[in-house]
Design a protein around this ligand. Structure first.
Ligand SMILES: [Zn+2]
Length: 113
């Protein structure tokens, strides 16, 4: 994953949300990130710190909520959390799996003043 490009998108979203709310400063940014995105929290925090300089989001505190990868078996209907990226049903061993969680990437909330 390209954290810099993703962080630019996040910053754009943060800034447009902040201006919609007539914010003077962005204090907190809460993000939801699925484990399957491969995005590393620290990289996003690092890039955000760099590219937000000179904007109203400079110095904002980022927090991350990680969503574990989950799947649902198409054969037996079993739902499970995926560990170590093993995409097989723990009940019946089927590889016929739907991904139900873990691809999330969105802004949960924004704290502004
Ligand atoms: Zn199954």
């Amino acid at each position: 994953m390209h954290e810099l490009a993703i962080t630019e998108e996040i910053l754009n979203l943060v800034l447009s949300e902040a201006s919609r709310n007539n914010a003077a400063k962005v204090k907190d940014v809460k993000l939801v990130i699925g484990e399957m995105t491969g995005i590393v929290n620290e990289s996003v925090a690092f890039y955000f710190n760099e590219i937000s300089k000179g904007t109203i989001a400079e110095g904002a505190k980022l927090s991350f909520k990680r969503v574990p990868a989950a799947g649902k078996c198409r054969d037996c209907g079993h739902q499970f959390v995926v560990k170590d990226f093993i995409w097989a049903c723990p009940d019946c061993g089927s590889l016929n799996i739907d991904i139900t969680a873990g691809k999330e990437l969105y802004l949960e909330s924004l704290g502004v003043i």
